[in-house]
Write a protein that binds this ligand. Structure first.
Ligand code: HTW
Length: 833
């Protein structure tokens, strides 16, 4: 579809000539007043802090704009290779503080606001989190964008602009209650609508094959129901380098003829109602993190993202270079964030063949040299498979292309392993059976030149296990890229006091060169430095205490050890094991076994997928145990338990700065990487954890002396299958027996009989995949070591400093440098030069 300019008349280029905006406090103050009075039309009688926040947001946004345009122009003019990060989720959180930090204007803004009688900390709190993601996978995408901009790499994010982000979580009578997150209700200054760049995405219809004059077949996808994709651009500022990259989010909208067709049939209200259908596509984020989900609207969302993004890139290519695609693959790369956008493999084939007239071989060469796939999970229930039936219904042309990819691919497999029918069936993109399905991970592998896991163990398990057949065929495609976090948000912004202390000691270059934190190592045993470290961490703890009180109403004394597990609620993450330990501590208090006790607050937070009933039951159990523990006078000064509702990015900013002990206790081999583990470490918490995901690499960096290791290894977990006897483990362990007895006699559900039977049954089942009982003893022993270490202040402080000092490897700057060196091969472009 040709792009329609909104207006025919074209303004002179002189409108784009403007002086740069000042960054001093007085410039900012003047602009703030202008936005408050003119842009927003408010006056001094307006008491709502929301307008103060919005005016400040506009002041900051103005300062992003010219840098944004300069960056875009620099990329265009250099004709450089670009990469596109395709993701169904970007969990951005709040933007204001991050933009100020990266622009380097926090001080002048604080000063400007001060003379206006306003407080930055209060205004920052008004912004709602952009919750366009579930958890780790979506937050990783956001950290990646920050690092790409900081490294000045020409990378664009492509995602969906959900009207409703991740649901808000309330707790009622201990149960999770979900509330829609209408995050755009009060406007969003951090996006720029680009209606002039609208595109069209097709659904439904049928394919129609006709022969060309030269005998070639021409396929047309006809009778489709089309939906418009409207782009909204979000600025992604680099750290003090003049680069502003772009995240482009698509919103779905009805086409004009959508209603016209029906209108001509005289059914006007029906026609307008049909608009809803179109608007539905980007209405809501699916709230399932790494768990089952096979809804057809989700498939339509995935195709909508892939098609609009690819069309957008092809359109820019044609604008700037015409219809010669011969070096397209040398200039473009698509990184697929899990299989969610993997239909892009078939869609790029369709666009190149059906719309641009390329032959299969040429289109396949381009596609398979352009796509790269990142896997984020080994859990079978999270591996995407879509019924062939849904493709027939919504994406018939794409199904044809997938069949053709599969036929050619199986031909290749047969050449390599002639007559190996089992292998052909195993590797086929189509899983045959009662309801045939498309295996999206296999489509992604076949269509990509790179396949990576997200931590060393995870990548090893992919090539040895899940994708073994493919690894044998194409070992060179497989690689590892251990995850990371951006040190701008996760230390410089969220923990300013610790940042200042570190910068006083070693300078401030750690913000972009995180390995420099190693220079803290000699200070770890320095009594003066330890004292400063202690004071900062104490202040952060106070901030966390206030936050917990505000969110949950529970008061925690500052001398307690803060033992924290925040992440999605999932059986494999074993919040249940944590809870069993709390029950054990409570049992010890009740028996009077409290010699050398370390007072401890166990804090658990996280959302359960609304349809994941056992996960919701675990939330209820946590709340019930918390109520019994906290209302028993015997626990006074010794133990508290809190379920922290509505865990989200902005909560983690406060939480990780004030935590002592980081719980990373997944069943080994199940957590692909984890990234919360890195945020805690960077902020000076010690980890109690299993040999899983990136925990292994954290342990490698910091050493066993400063990490509380426990539990079966991934290999032992695999060997336990088939002969696991939790009953025997429970009977042989006096502490665990007592814990199970308390649960079974209903101590935590006095007036709710039978409520936890399913949870108890899961622990005692020989088929429990998470082996909770198997790791109980070793977990309790590791917790004892942690409690003992905490009472030795100098020792704990030394370990805390060393955790921060050794966390440099976990910067997404390192991760992204590796993606670039080994997969994307982009050249950094500075908009200044
Ligand atoms: C991993 C986590 C890893 C993170 O990606 C996860 N994968 C999913 N969600 C995650 C970033 O690499 O650190 O260990 O569990 O947090 C995930 C997923 C999904 C399907 C599969 C895997 C997330 C949202 C929706 C669907």
């Amino acid at each position: 579809m040709p792009v329609q300019p909104l207006v025919k008349s074209k303004p002179s280029s002189a409108v784009a000539e403007l002086p740069s905006l000042g960054l001093e406090a007085e410039d900012i103050q003047a602009d703030y007043k202008r936005h408050f009075n003119y842009t927003l039309g408010r006056d001094r009688s307006c008491q709502s802090a929301h307008y103060a926040y919005t005016a400040l947001g506009l002041v900051v946004r103005d300062r992003l704009m010219e840098r944004w345009k300069n960056t875009r122009r620099a990329y265009e003019e250099s004709h450089c290779k670009q990469a596109y990060y395709l993701s169904m989720e970007f969990l951005l959180g709040r933007a204001l503080g991050n933009a100020m930090l990266n622009l380097g204007i926090t001080d002048s803004i604080t000063e400007a606001l001060h003379s206006l009688g306003l407080h930055l900390e209060e205004l920052v709190e008004i912004e709602s989190d952009a919750g366009l993601g579930n958890g780790g996978l979506g937050r990783l995408a956001a950290c990646f964008l920050d690092s790409c901009a900081t490294l000045q790499l020409p990378v664009m994010g492509y995602g969906l602009r959900y009207e409703y982000g991740m649901f808000r979580q309330h707790v009622e009578n201990g149960f999770q209650v979900e509330e829609p997150d209408h995050w755009l209700r009060n406007g969003n200054v951090w996006e720029l609508e680009r209606p002039e760049l609208v595109l069209r995405v097709r659904f439904g219809g049928r394919t129609d094959t006709t022969a060309h004059d030269d005998g070639r077949l021409k396929v047309r996808w006809v009778d489709t129901h089309d939906i418009l994709a409207v782009p909204y651009d979000v600025p992604i500022p680099g750290y003090r380098n003049g680069t502003i990259n772009t995240l482009r989010l698509w919103k779905s909208a009805a086409t004009d003829e959508f209603d016209l067709e029906e209108f001509n049939a005289g059914d006007y209200p029906e026609a307008v109602a049909a608009k809803n259908m179109a608007e539905q596509i980007t209405l809501v984020l699916y709230p399932n993190d790494a768990s089952e989900n096979g809804k057809e609207l989700r498939l339509r969302q995935q195709y909508f993202l892939a098609s609009a993004s690819l069309q957008d890139v092809l359109r820019r290519w044609i604008w700037t270079r015409g219809r010669d695609f011969s070096d397209f693959a040398d200039k473009n790369c698509f990184q697929l964030n899990d299989t969610h956008p993997s239909i892009a493999v078939a869609e790029l084939m369709r666009l190149l063949m059906d719309e641009q007239g390329l032959e299969w071989a040429e289109a396949w060469d381009i596609t398979s040299r352009t796509m790269a796939y990142t896997n984020h999970t080994l859990l079978p229930e999270a591996l995407e498979k879509w019924p062939v039936r849904l493709f027939e219904q919504w994406l018939p042309r794409l199904l044809e292309i997938i069949y053709e990819i599969n036929a050619r691919f199986l031909g290749e497999v047969d050449k390599r392993w002639p007559g190996d029918m089992d292998r052909l069936a195993r590797m086929s993109l189509i899983e045959e059976g009662h309801e045939p399905q498309v295996r999206m991970a296999y489509l992604a592998i076949v269509g990509s030149y790179s396949v990576n896991g997200v931590a060393e163990l995870h990548s090893k398990l992919l090539s040895e296990g899940l994708f073994r057949d493919f690894y044998e065929l194409w070992p060179y495609k497989f690689n590892n890229k251990t995850n990371g976090i951006t040190p701008r948000r996760w230390l410089a912004w969220n923990n300013p006091d610790l940042s200042d202390l570190i910068s006083e000691a070693i300078g401030d270059r750690w913000v972009t060169e995180l390995n420099r934190l190693h220079e803290l190592t000699p200070l770890a045993s320095d009594a003066r430095f330890q004292q400063c470290w202690d004071e900062v961490r104490h202040a952060n703890k106070q901030r966390l205490i206030d936050f917990i009180f505000q969110e949950s109403g529970v008061e925690i004394p500052a001398n307690f050890m803060f033992d924290v597990q925040v992440k999605r609620i999932h059986e494999y993450k074993r919040q249940l094991l944590n809870t069993l330990h709390v029950i054990h501590l409570y049992d010890r208090i009740k028996r009077g076994d409290i010699e050398n006790w370390t007072p401890r607050a166990v804090i658990i937070g996280g959302k359960a997928a609304p349809g994941y009933l056992i996960a919701k039951k675990i939330i209820k159990l946590i709340n019930n145990v918390a109520r019994v523990v906290n209302s028993d006078p015997d626990t006074e000064g010794l133990l508290k338990m809190v379920f922290l509702p509505n865990y989200r990015v902005s909560a983690m900013e406060v939480i990780c700065a004030g935590s002592d002990l980081s719980e990373q206790i997944s069943t080994a081999g199940k957590e692909a990487s984890g990234t919360g583990n890195m945020k805690f470490m960077l902020n000076g918490a010690l980890t109690i954890g299993t040999l899983d995901g990136a925990n292994i690499e954290i342990l490698e960096e910091v050493g066993e002396e400063h990490f509380f290791l426990f539990g079966l290894t991934a290999e032992e977990v695999a060997q336990t299958r088939g002969h696991y006897d939790p009953q025997a483990i429970i009977s042989a362990d006096e502490d665990l027996s007592r814990v199970m007895r308390l649960l079974e006699k209903g101590h935590f559900n006095r007036f709710e009989p039978g409520l936890f039977d399913d949870v108890i049954g899961a622990i005692k089942s020989p088929h429990d995949p998470w082996l909770t009982a198997a790791d109980f003893r070793s977990y309790v022993e590791a917790q004892k070591r942690a409690a003992e270490a905490y009472r030795d202040r100098p020792r704990w402080l030394r370990s805390s400093i060393l955790n921060t000092a050794c966390s440099g490897r976990f910067s997404t700057d390192r991760t992204i440098s590796q993606y670039n060196d080994e997969i994307w091969r982009l050249t950094p472009i500075s908009p200044g030069s």
